[in-house]
Ligand binder design. Structure first.
Ligand SMILES: Cc1ncc(COP(=O)(O)O)c(C=O)c1O
Length: 356
């Protein structure tokens, strides 16, 4: 039986909410009223076939690529699904980082891939290490999948490591899929997309995590033009035509990205200060200090994480993501960037629950 569901998404949709919700992954929602747009600029139907030209150009400009390399998709979720479906056949060997965002593995299993993992070890601070890829790659490997920033740790991959992994992929005729949905949460010297590192790189991204614009579902794939064309043709079997009002709003959002990003930045940076102070004051948990990103993965030194999170939710009205979804059963993930008052109170409640 093929995989036909995601346990993590089901949990996130049905159980993650709480008064003090630290089970988030991106910045808080950006409100429509703050986008410089009027109703007169919107329309229900438009001229969108293989992309809506103004949106193709706006995404291409943001990424510093030619519009021919851009395949628009419904969020990074659909971008990942479409890219993987275009890149692999059932039975193909695919290497995925571990720990990882569960949906990547579930989608690959749904597509019939033979999934193998390469480690990002806790001891190394979850670093992306080409040596770990070399340990598991074979002549049969068709695709290598990773996230930059890494989910759940928010670790930034070095360009050297990415280039080396590109070289490993090239040597066996594979591609590298890099999910960059968190990359714009590196606020200073934001790295360029790894699409520029070579033809074996395929990149996915969207305006969700760093911009609070999840509802627009403005996502995309960057791929070589021939591959991009093949992805558009495959998309005719999936989504065919996107919602045009969302395309129009996405063009406006892309024209105003810097100011939209600044809004979330203030909250993420304030939350990170609180998280560091919390971690410095705790012996019952440990975690690498994050420099970037909106999530942190925390180890519970003693006790059962599931029991702890159940108690945290029931007695302290606070939620965090169980690490089991990332293959880390002794950990939980904390999200920053929504509301600093809520975040600070949530951390205090975690501290109380750890003491109780
Ligand atoms: C690594 C990763 N990729 C993709 C997504 C989904 O992104 P989107 O909301 O743009 O579909 C998430 C959401 O948590 C994620 O963590």
């Amino acid at each position: 039986m093929r995989q036909r569901q995601s346990d993590y998404i089901f949990w996130a949709k049905t159980q993650s909410r709480a008064r003090f919700n630290l089970a988030t992954s991106g910045v808080g929602p950006f409100p429509l009223r703050e986008l410089p747009v009027t109703l007169g600029q919107l329309e229900i139907n438009g001229d969108s076939t293989y992309g809506y030209a103004p949106l193709q150009q706006a995404i291409a400009k943001k990424c510093g690529v030619d519009p021919d390399c851009v395949v628009a998709a419904d969020g990074t979720s659909m971008a990942n699904h479409l890219a993987m479906a275009a890149l692999i056949d059932p039975g193909d060997e695919v290497l995925v980082e571990q720990p990882t965002y569960e949906v990547l593995t579930s989608t690959l299993l749904y597509l019939g891939a033979a999934v193998k993992h390469f480690a990002r070890t806790e001891e190394s601070g979850y670093a992306l290490d080409p040596a770990q890829v070399r340990r598991v790659v074979t002549r049969k490997t068709r695709l290598i999948v990773l996230c930059n920033l890494h989910n759940p740790s928010s670790v930034l991959a070095s360009e050297t490591a990415l280039r080396e992994i590109g070289g490993i992929a090239r040597s066996v005729g594979a591609r590298v899929l890099v999910d960059e949905v968190y990359l714009d949460l590196v606020y200073t010297n934001t790295p360029k997309t790894s699409y520029h590192l070579g033809p074996e790189f395929v990149v996915t991204n969207s305006l969700t995590k760093a911009y609070g614009l999840s509802g627009l579902r403005c996502g995309w794939i960057l791929a070589e033009p021939d591959l991009a064309r093949a992805m558009w043709r495959l998309d005719d079997l999936f989504a065919s035509i996107p919602a045009h009002p969302a395309e129009l709003l996405s063009v406006v959002a892309l024209e105003n990205l810097d100011s939209i990003r600044e809004r979330g930045r203030k909250v993420v940076e304030a939350d990170r200060v609180l998280l560091r102070a919390f971690l410095d004051s705790q012996n019952a948990v440990s975690a690498p200090r994050t420099e970037f990103g909106s999530t942190a993965i925390v180890r519970l030194e003693n006790g059962n994480v599931e029991d702890f999170l159940t108690r945290l939710h029931a007695d302290y009205e606070t939620s965090a993501v169980p690490g089991r979804f990332f293959g880390l059963p002794n950990h939980f993930r904390i999200g920053m960037g929504v509301d600093t008052k809520m975040f600070g109170e949530g951390l205090q409640r975690i501290a109380q629950a750890l003491k109780a």
